[in-house]
Design a protein around this ligand. Structure first.
Ligand SMILES: [Cu+2]
Length: 230
């Protein structure tokens, strides 16, 4: 499927680790106020195809009678496996409110902070919503984040059954990253510079909210999840 490239771009250098953050610009995106050196570049908003927006489309991921909306991430034919080694199709998340975060397990700074925030977000959800919301972590460290490493990460961070930890091919991870506007790059020391961004998907797998940066925005994310609960 086509990737979105024309998002407003926000580049940010953090003091402790350099990363590039791209803001795909949903209405409620929170800005990282801790970064005083941010530069915002305005780019034209993506143009919607007015004649056929919101119409279901058939994609490789929609085999078996399923169809997804044009804006759904679940159209992607990217394939993943979870931390038990089982194949996982993003389309199987359909119907659930989803928080999606790309990360790498050995990150020493930003990813652990984001996971801590996502645990706090999970905690603050009303019980019914907490039982339905799914938190998906997808590793972009395709070489080092093996099934075993992901399983260990789950145990170390105390991630319960509402969390899904995924790994995939470089192509699959890059496709998903492009869809949500996350940039990442491996540095000479093996660590990754990356956007700090998590995404809320509605029941159809459409982006309804993103938090950019490492602070705040949990109320907005909780509201975005709640708004998509039947
Ligand atoms: Cu990180």
């Amino acid at each position: 499927m086509k990737t979105r490239t024309s998002f407003p771009l926000l580049l940010c250098l953090a003091a402790t680790t350099a990363f590039a953050a791209e803001q795909p610009a949903p209405a409620n995106t929170a800005k990282d106020e801790s970064c005083a050196c941010c530069q915002e570049e305005k780019q034209p908003a993506p143009k919607k195809d007015a004649c056929c927006a919101d119409q279901p489309v058939v994609s490789p991921a929609s085999e078996g009678g399923q169809s997804f909306t044009k804006e759904s991430l679940y159209q992607s034919d990217a394939t993943f496996t979870d931390d038990t080694g089982k194949a996982f199709a993003l389309g199987s998340l359909r119907g659930r409110p989803v928080v999606l975060d790309l990360f790498f397990a050995s990150c020493g700074y930003a990813c652990p902070l984001t996971v801590t925030d996502l645990l706090a977000l999970q905690d603050r959800l009303p019980a019914e919503l907490r039982g339905r919301a799914v938190f998906v972590l997808v590793s972009f460290d395709v070489a080092r984040d093996t099934t075993e490493v992901l399983a260990k990460y789950r145990a170390q961070r105390g991630l319960d059954g509402q969390w899904i930890l995924l790994r995939g091919s470089d192509d699959s991870v890059r496709e998903l990253a492009a869809l949500v506007g996350v940039k990442f790059k491996q540095e000479a020391d093996g660590a990754f510079s990356h956007s700090n961004l998590f995404t809320v998907l509605n029941r159809e797998g459409e982006i309804v909210h993103q938090r950019l940066g490492l602070k705040g925005g949990l109320d907005e994310a909780a509201a975005a999840l709640a708004a998509n609960t039947p």
